[in-house]
Each structure stands twice: as C-alpha cells, then as structure tokens.
Write a protein that binds this ligand. Structure first.
Ligand code: XMP
Length: 522
C-alpha cells in the first residue's frame, strides 16, 4: 500500500484515485503524521502532495526523518519543493507564476518516464504536463539529477535513483498531464514494487471476512435510502451476514416516482434482504405543513427521519450495530474539517446522520472506497447498473425541490414531471459522444415553483404551475456548469410535461452556474 501525505492541495484526492486505478491500495493522511505512524502503516511508497504554501515560510513541514526509512518517495509540486528543501536543496520564488499546459523535455530512460513520449523534436523527447506553481527548486540536493526541464522551469523533475526519490514540479494526477497516469503507475508498481492486487473480487472477499469478524453473531440495522451508498452497503453486508441484517426504508413522501417500489423490488425481492418499509408520508407532510424556510424544512425532514428510524429500531432490541454508507471522501472531508487543513467543504445536512444516543456501534464497510469504486462494487454484488449509476439525490429529497411550503399535491406533480425529464435524458443519445444525455449530465431534476401563470390549451385558458428543469455538469459538485442540452430535447421534455401533467402549463430551463447559484434551488 501507498501512503499519501496531504499538504493541502485541491487535487490531493486525485492522487489517491490514480493510485487506486493502478489497483494499489492507498490512504491519504495529513502531512504531520508521526514517524511512528508511518512506520506502523508500513507503506511501499510515499507520495507528497502539492499545497498552496511556500516551503520556506510555511509550517507545513512533515518529518524529514521519513527520508531515512528506505522507502521510495515521490514529491509533487509543493511535495517536490519540501523534498528539495529537506534534503539540502534550494527553493525560491519564481518571477512568474506558471499555470497551465507546459511542454517539458524528459529523459525517458528514467524509471518514472520509462518509454513515455507525447512528442519528439529532433533528439528531444517531450511530454505535455499541467503546471501550477509560483515557487520552484533552483538547486537540487546532493545525489539528484534533472530528469525533466523546460525554459521556465529548468528543474521540472528530479530523481535520486539510488535512494528512489522522485519529484515533479507539475501535477501528474490531473488528466491534463497526458501521461500522468502512466507516471503514477511507474512509481507505485515499478519503483515501489506494489502488487496490483486492489481489485473488486479481492475487495469483496476481504470486506466480507472483515464484516463477519466485526459483527460475529450480532444483528445489524441499516437505514436504506435508495441512494447508491446505502444500497451498496446493504448489499455488501447482506452478502456477509445474510439475515442478521435488517434494513429500514423510510418513505417520507419526498421520493421520486416509484422509488419505494423499486427499492423493495431490488432488495426484498431480488436480493432477499430483510427490509422494513415504513410509509411515513403523513407524518412528514404534517410537520412540514406551513413551513417555508429552506433550512427549517431540512431540519424537520432530518429530525423526523431520526424519529421514525429510532422507533423502528426500538422494535429490534437485539441489534447491536448501525450500518452506514459512509464513503472515503466523507471520511477525508470530515477529517479535513476537524483539523482545518484540507479546505472545508459545505457540509450538507445528511438525513443519514443519527444521534449518538442510539447506543449502537457503527459499521461502515465503505469507508475506504471512492464513489467509482462503490459503484463498481455495487455492480459486482448484483445491483442493477441503472441504480448504481444514478445521479445523486439529496437527503431531504423533493423537500428542497418544492420551493417554499411542501404539499403532497405539489410533490405528486413534481414526481411526474421529474420522471418525464429523466426518461427523456436516458433516451436521448448525443451523436458526438455516443452517450445518453443522462450520462453526460452529473445531476438533473425538475424543480417545482409554487407560482401560477397563464396559458392556453385547446380553446381554453389555463392558470397553472411552473416547473424549472435543472441539469448540470460537474466533477465535484462544488462548482458546476449548466448543461448545454440540445434544444430539441428541451422542447420534447417541455411538450411532454405540459401535455401529460395536468396542473403544469409552463416549463423553464435554469441557466445558472454554481457559483453563484447552487445546484439545488433551496
Ligand atoms: P448544492 O445545492 O449545494 O448541492 O449545489 C450540491 C450537491 O449536494 C446535494 N445536496 C444534498 N445532499 N443532503 C444531501 O444529502 C442535503 O441536504 C443536500 N443539499 C444538497 C445536491 O443534490 C448536489 O448533488
């Protein structure tokens, strides 16, 4: 396994992703972990991430004794600068900040660049990389040689092949560095000698054994939301302990069309999981009645979920474990939020968050996995790809997509309109990419606006509600662009909604990016 030390770069998670894609297990930890921690972790290699600071004036310093452990180390950007400074080299502020594509000339006999080439100019082999730095290394520590350079960055990469120390000034983890993936593969597989054994079937075997060992003969409860994470967690735990698992599925009346039915079909019928289905629509609608403030609505939905879940779990007094679909980015995020080192990310009210008063131990079998890995695992466990590759759906459900007061009638109209939009996105194929528009968007849904406008249908005047279509493209949901859906697709969706959903006579398209707008309307 590989240890990644995080110096606070925005893209550190991508390093972890690339290492996992090389089928090597890795973990990401703060740069200031102790030497004992590193020894205990016993990594095959260490990667030092980038970071926003300057090494010569920052307290972002790891323990330089890590260079004495005989373990290969790769520094990226700030990681390179910290390596250079720690081993006796020199780092200085550059005259200009370099940001964007850069061509570097490389020695591709070196193990890191072995055989790589994007372009050849005479006897020069060049690679296209993504630079983003102000400072740079101006003198290398003893034992190092330059393995890549260009005019503005004469030491763009350096290596000490005897001690297996490598450092690059650019970012190999981002896709803009064309051969970045290969460089990371070379480091973790060839230089560190890690075995590519992080594969789904292996993972399932290990995870199943671990769950059995943790849980023994105890019973486990899990709040199934229909979302990807809780679904995959349920399927995995069920694979491990069968009927010792009971799922509680709370229908809050704010789910998408037929969602309750699909969850029961998938889990109870197809996988044979024991699922308690609670229809709590009236309870939720009752408490939401008259409430218009978005934050108040979120709180009520979260609180009522806990109420229902606790009442149901009280009926299973023998349960000792509460299972949750926490995934690795959640773990990293909350760790970052605690230490304040990684950039704090907007914390969402998660309906899955249950109070500690529930005297249950936590079982979180997906804690090590990235989202893509969770999906892959879901498919390997027999969940339908349609379910596993679904767009995310917020915990408060349609509650944040009905502006202002939530009413059952509004939810019913919204469900129908939303189903039409999604059906058309799944059916429409983009000719250029061959993908459906559902696949080309990261999240798409309909928002219900409780305002009426005038229309004409047949010979009559109508006075009905408005809905907005929202479709965005994003990789991290922190920023997003509105999706450039084809006009004919928008036209078709609009026609169908207005013709098929009585009560809606106007459809608009949301063309706001995030920021300044958010993805959801509330
Ligand atoms: P915003 O609206 O903040 O949404 O741009 C970013 C992503 O988070 C989802 N979201 C939520 N998920 N509980 C959740 O579990 C929430 O309260 C919540 N609010 C927003 C949203 O759907 C989008 O994917």
């Amino acid at each position: 396994k590989i240890l990644i030390l995080d110096f606070g770069s925005q893209v550190t998670q991508l390093i972890a992703r690339r290492v996992r894609e090389a089928h090597v297990y890795c973990e990401l930890h703060s740069f200031d972990v102790s030497l004992d921690f590193i020894k205990e972790f016993n990594p095959k290699g260490i990667i030092l991430s980038g970071g926003p600071n300057s090494v010569y004036e920052s307290d972002y310093q790891a323990d330089p004794a890590l260079f004495e452990l005989g373990i290969p180390v790769m520094g990226i950007c700030y990681g390179m600068q910290w390596m250079a400074q720690s081993l006796g080299g020199k780092v200085e502020a550059g005259k200009v900040r370099e940001f964007g594509f850069a061509e570097i000339e490389v020695n591709n006999n070196n193990p890191l660049f072995k055989g790589l080439s994007d372009r050849v100019h005479g006897d020069k082999v060049c690679l296209e990389v993504w630079m983003s730095h102000g400072d740079k290394v101006t003198a290398m520590p003893a034992g190092f040689e330059v393995i890549a350079s260009n005019a503005s960055c004469p030491i763009a990469a350096m290596a000490d092949t005897t001690r297996n120390f490598y450092a690059v000034q650019y970012h190999p983890e981002v896709t803009h560095t064309i051969k970045g993936r290969e460089m990371i593969n070379h480091f973790v597989l060839d230089i560190c000698g890690s075995a590519p054994s992080w594969t789904m079937p292996n993972y399932i075997d290990q995870a199943v054994a671990k769950i059995r060992e943790q849980v023994g003969s105890d019973e486990v409860i899990l709040g199934l939301s229909g979302g990807v994470d809780s679904s995959v967690a349920a399927a995995l735990i069920h694979r491990a302990i069968g009927d010792q698992l009971t799922c509680v599925f709370v229908d809050n009346g704010l789910l998408r069309l037929n969602e309750g039915k699909q969850v029961m079909e998938t889990f109870a019928e197809h996988l044979g999981v024991r699922v308690i289905h609670v229809d709590a629509t009236e309870q939720f609608m009752g408490h939401l009645s008259g409430v218009t403030d978005p934050e108040a609505k979120r709180k009520i939905i979260g609180r009522e979920f806990v109420e229902v879940f606790q009442a149901e779990s009280a009926k299973l007094p023998q349960a000792k474990w509460l299972a949750q679909g926490t995934i690795y980015p959640d773990v990293i995020e909350s760790a970052g939020a605690k230490t304040g080192k990684a950039h704090a990310i907007k914390s969402h009210h998660n309906v899955g968050g249950l109070p500690e008063t529930m005297k249950l131990s936590l079982l979180e079998p997906l804690r090590e996995l990235f989202k893509d890995e969770v999906r892959e695992l879901g498919v390997a466990l027999g969940l339908a790809p349609q379910l596993v590759y679904r767009h995310p759906f917020p915990g408060p459900g349609l509650g944040v997509r009905i502006l202002g007061e939530v009413k059952k009638d509004y939810a019913d109209l919204l469900r129908l309109a939303d189903a039409i939009f999604i059906e058309e996105l799944r059916a429409a194929v983009d000719e250029k990419s061959g993908k459906t528009w559902y696949e080309l968007t990261s999240q798409a849904f309909v928002v219900f606006l409780p305002v009426k406008s005038v229309g004409v249908m047949g010979d009559g005047r109508t006075y009905d509600y408005v809905v907005a279509l929202r479709a965005v493209v994003t990789s991290d949901f922190m920023t997003a662009k509105w999706a450039e859906l084809p006009y004919d697709l928008l036209g078709k969706v609009s026609n169908r909604i207005i013709n098929e959903v009585r009560g809606i006579n106007r459809v608009v398209y949301d063309v706001s990016g995030k920021p300044p707008a958010t993805i959801e309307w509330e």
